[in-house]
Every structure is written in structure tokens, then in C-alpha cells.
Design a protein around this ligand. Structure first.
Ligand code: FAD
Length: 511
């Protein structure tokens, strides 16, 4: 069956070897900081809150607590903490603190709270809505030295680690025990588990493992006043009182600083296959997805879509090519399971049927690790292409599938010649669209042309203005489009109760 199916596809092996991929296929995100963005406070006209500035007496306390080597004050060293990954935001923090323990975080927060110093918790700084980038001179609390794996119960799969562990490092550690972290994303080589939990990151495996609300079993959190909250349960079921842990998942550092995380990991799949397909139009993409769910739901891990402008970008800016030639749409499907023969048979039968029904025009399928990584690299490296395409406005919507690509078409029409390109790609299996718009240069006029139009359209199509990236700094003012005033009031009351001086990540999430 497999051979027959393969004969139906063009020979793609030579193409596959053309796709460049790193050793592991994952990205270690290196920031290229030669061009500096304007200060966020100026670009967005933000008024500084009533906080203290960092003075010599504060520095004295921090030096005594952490020593010289775990404090950054040098201007050029500060730059990577002040500028976001896409180089579109820039804060003016004068100090970065690098605690190693929960107790140190507790002392820092207690001190900042008493001295009314605003703080910005920061993990791998790969967030794309500016949540981890200071706006003014907030004290950056970086978790980069909080990187210890605390325990792993190999039988239950429960892993407990410090918040600053890098996702890829944790997953590599788990691989040695035949386990897998229930989250995967393009920034895995840099992002931290604490950052992942604080953004409720989605990524590439939500279809199979669900989101972090289900997978995070427990947390340890330091509150604004320095009090340590031990919510580090490792139980799968625990219905005692309010589920406080869930408050911090997706809170973007506005309610506390996460110091430890307990996660339910899964058995590493024994068989993994990836199919990369070319399709005629979005209608066929949907048909393929619905059939995919019907035929292989139990082994489906990912269903990603990429449109032509996005693939052209990857080709032009990163020199990577589609292994199957040019098509209006591309779909990447990953299956994973425990029985190689069974999974292969299912995938082959599905693909054969899609070809016969003309849902798909061409494709390639592989179970070989190297080729599999090469195909994934095409999808995972897309954000690197944006970093080279002028200024990019980035959006991350949830949409009902029948409206998924309408928004991209609408935005193309709306932008006309104002934009260089409008891109549509994303985790279609979760109804999650990444819609990006590249322009030559940021101007407030273009920003006003895009927003709030794009968000209003999203709401009109019954979607959400943030599927997985959070509200951070960039989207916080649009919260009212998604949530009722009553809900926002409850959120503000929670924030006031947990952080009465408002020192935790001001200007973010609730604005
Ligand atoms: C190439 C690329 C691909 C990406 N792909 C995806 C994807 O598929 N899915 C997805 O969801 N996101 C994706 N992202 C966005 C980003 O990687 C995620 O949001 C990630 O979870 C951020 O983790 P981080 O450690 O970098 O957090 P940061 O960017 O440092 O911070 C993010 C937010 O969390 C807060 N925070 C960080 N650490 C803590 C802590 N210990 N306690 C409290 N608050 C904290 C910060 O204050 C900030 O508000 C991608 C980004 C890039 C650059």
C-alpha cells in the first residue's frame, strides 16, 4: 500500500535533502540587534506609572543578595532584555536580576513591593506580544539561571522543574526516558517552561495533548509581596477549593512569578510520520482536515496550514523550498502512535483516498527522522523569515474553521498597496490562524489602518483576538472586544487583591 501511494507522488527525496535543518531541527533563537527599534513608550505614547526609579540604595540591596555576576547593568548587555525578539518593541530597563532560587525571587519581590519598584518577569524572551519586554525601566527578573530539573517520576510521567528550564532541554531529557513534553513550538530552543505556562502556550501538539491547563499539575508561585504560594501538587485529580493554579496559567506575569512547575508528560510515541501536501484551495484544505479527523483522530498530532505568500517568504528569505513544488496551499500532517505498521497503513489509506477524491494534488510522506525534521523546519522557521521582511504586524487568532481564511482575504483587500504582503498560516487543527502583515516600515498611520479593523473583523467572524500568544503589551487594549465589562471587573479585582501596588508587569494584559 505504501509503495503504491509513494508511486502516486512525485519523487521528493532530492527536494527533501535541499531543505536545510539544524542538528535537531529546532531553533535556538539568536537575536540580531544591530538595528534598534524606537522606544515603546514613544511609539505607543504610554504614560509611566507612579513607580520608583532604581537608585543606588536599591542596587546595593540587589548586589548584596545576588552578587555582581547575577545582575546586569551594562547598557549593551541590557539590550537583549530590553528589545523583543521581533525588534519591534524596546524598553528602558536599567537592571536585570538573575535569581537562582525561589527564596531569592521572594526577597526580590518583597523588596520591590516595599520600594514600589515595578518588575517585568522574563523567561526566554520569545513572546510575540511584548509581555516579557519592559516598557519603561521595570526591573527585569530573568529566570535564565533557574534551570534545574527537580524530579521525574518515570512511571507516572510527572516532571517537576524550575521555571527557567528551556523547553528543548527538558524534552531532550525526557526523550532519554522515552517520555515527551506535552508542548512543542518553534521557539523551543529558547523559551522557558515558566514562560510557556505564563502565556498558556499552544504550539504544535495541542491537537493531541490539549493545552497547558490540562497538563500542568502544579505550580510554585511567588506573589507580589514575596509570599511563596505552594500549589505544587503532582496529582492528576484534586478538587479541593478553588483551582488557584489555573489563575497563573496564561496570567503573563501579572499575578505572580512562577518558580516551579509540575507537568504531566506522556510516553514518547514509537512511530511518527509526517505528510507534506499541496492543495488547490482553502476549501480542499478543510475537506482534507475533516477527513483526517474522521480517519485518524487517534493518531493525529498536528495539522498545520501554510499559504503561498508564506512559503514564498520562507523560500526568499531563508532559502528553503517546498519539497513538492508550488501549490496555492500546503498542509503538514503529523501522526504519532505506538504501532508503526498500523499508523503507516492508516496514513497511507487516508492519503490515497484524499488523492483519489482530488482533495490533495501532490505530497510527500516520511517516517525517517532526518526528513521528518527537514519538513518540520519549513513550518517552524517561518517566524525567522518575518524577521527579515521589513516591519511585521503579527496576529494570532482563533476562528471557526469556515471563517478561518476569510480573514486573510479580507485583510489583503483592506491593506491594498499599504502592505508588502499578507500571510496566513498556523495550527489549523486548533482553529488557530497566524495572520501577519509585512510593511516597509512601522508608521502609526498603518497601525491605525490595521487596528482595530482586524480585531473587529475577527470578532465579527466569532473568533478570538488571541489564540495562544496572550494579550501582553500589544493586545491588552483590545480585551474589551473579547470579554464583558463584568468579566474585566472581576479580573481587575483579582489583580488588585494579588498585587495591590501594581508592581507586577504593568501595562500588560489588563492594560
Ligand atoms: C519562532 C517562534 C515560534 C513560536 N511559536 C509559538 C507557538 O507555536 N505557540 C505559542 O503559543 N507561542 C509561540 N511563540 C511565542 C513564544 O515562544 C511563547 O509565547 C512562549 O511560551 C514564551 O516563552 P518565553 O520563556 O520566551 O517567555 P517570555 O517571552 O520571556 O515571557 C512571556 C510572558 O510570560 C511572562 N513570564 C515569563 N516567565 C515567567 C515566570 N517565570 N513567571 C511569571 N511570568 C513569566 C512574561 O512576563 C511575559 O508576560 C513563538 C515564538 C517564536 C519566536
Amino acid at each position: 500500500m505504501r509503495v503504491t501511494f509513494r508511486k502516486m507522488f512525485k519523487n521528493v527525496c532530492t527536494f527533501l535533502s535541499c531543505i536545510s535543518s539544524g542538528k535537531s531541527g529546532a531553533l535556538t533563537l539568536k537575536k540580531c540587534l544591530h538595528s534598534k527599534p524606537n522606544f515603546t513608550k514613544n511609539n505607543y505614547n504610554i504614560i509611566r506609572g507612579n513607580y520608583s526609579h532604581v537608585e543606588e540604595e536599591h542596587l546595593y540591596y540587589f548586589r548584596k543578595l545576588l552578587g555582581e555576576t547575577r545582575i546586569v547593568t551594562d547598557l549593551s548587555d541590557l539590550e537583549k532584555y530590553n528589545v523583543d525578539w521581533h525588534k519591534s518593541l524596546r524598553g528602558g530597563s536599567t537592571i536585570v536580576l538573575k535569581p537562582k532560587t525561589t527564596e531569592e525571587v521572594s526577597k526580590i519581590l518583597s523588596f520591590c513591593n516595599s520600594n514600589r519598584l515595578a518588575v517585568c518577569p522574563q523567561g526566554g524572551h520569545t513572546g510575540v506580544v511584548g509581555g516579557g519586554t519592559p516598557v519603561f525601566d521595570e526591573v527585569v527578573i530573568s529566570t535564565e539561571l533557574m534551570n534545574e530539573i527537580i524530579s521525574l517520576d518515570e512511571k507516572s510521567g510527572v516532571l517537576t522543574c524550575q521555571a527557567g528550564c528551556i523547553l528543548q532541554n527538558v524534552d531532550e531529557y525526557l526523550a532519554e526516558k522515552n517520555l515527551v513534553f506535552p508542548l512543542d513550538l518553534g521557539a523551543k530552543g529558547s523559551c522557558h517552561i515558566g514562560g510557556n505556562v505564563s502565556t498558556n502556550a499552544g504550539g504544535l501538539r495541542v491537537l493531541k495533548y490539549g493545552n497547558l491547563h490540562g497538563n500542568v499539575l502544579g505550580l510554585e508561585v511567588v506573589q507580589a509581596n514575596g509570599v511563596i504560594l505552594d500549589l505544587l501538587s503532582t496529582l492528576k485529580k484534586d478538587n479541593t477549593g478553588y483551582h488557584l493554579k489555573n489563575l497563573f496559567i496564561g496570567a503573563e506575569g501579572t499575578l505572580g512569578v512562577l518558580t516551579k512547575v509540575a507537568v504531566q508528560c506522556r510516553q514518547r510515541p514509537k512511530s511518527v510520520h509526517v505528510a507534506f501536501l499541496g492543495l488547490q484551495n482553502f476549501h480542499q484544505v478543510l475537506k482534507t482536515f475533516y477527513k483526517c479527523k474522521q480517519d485518524m483522530d487517534e493518531i493525529l498530532t498536528a495539522f498545520e496550514v501554510i499559504d503561498t505568500p508564506t512559503m514564498t517568504l520562507v523560500n526568499e528569505k531563508l532559502g528553503m523550498q517546498s519539497p513538492i513544488g508550488d501549490y496555492p496551499f500546503y498542509v503538514l500532517i503529523e501522526t504519532s502512535g505506538s504501532n508503526e505498521e498500523h499508523d503507516q497503513e492508516k496514513l497511507d489509506a487516508f492519503l490515497k483516498s484524499c488523492l483519489l477524491k482530488n482533495f490533495i494534488l501532490n505530497g510527500t510522506v516520511t517516517g525517517e527522522v532526518g526528513k521528518l525534521k527537514a519538513i518540520w523546519a519549513l513550518r517552524e522557521k517561518i517566524p525567522q523569515g518575518f524577521a527579515k521582511d521589513g516591519y511585521v504586524f503579527m496576529y494570532d487568532m482563533s476562528l471557526p474553521l469556515h471563517n478561518y481564511y476569510k480573514l486573510v482575504d479580507d485583510m489583503r483587500e483592506h491593506m491594498g498597496k499599504l502592505s508588502h504582503r499578507v500571510f496566513g498560516f498556523g495550527h489549523l487543527g486548533d482553529g488557530n490562524l497566524h495572520l501577519n502583515i509585512s510593511v516597509q516600515k512601522y508608521t502609526p498611520e498603518i497601525a491605525k489602518h490595521i487596528e482595530p479593523f482586524i480585531f473587529e473583523r475577527t470578532v465579527h467572524y466569532k473568533g478570538s483576538v488571541s489564540a495562544e500568544h496572550g494579550m501582553g503589551f500589544l493586545k491588552s487594549k483590545y480585551l474589551g472586544l473579547m470579554k464583558s465589562q463584568e468579566s474585566i471587573n472581576v479580573m481587575r479585582n483579582i489583580k488588585k487583591m494579588m498585587d495591590p501596588n501594581g508592581i507586577l508587569n504593568p501595562y500588560k494584559t489588563l492594560g
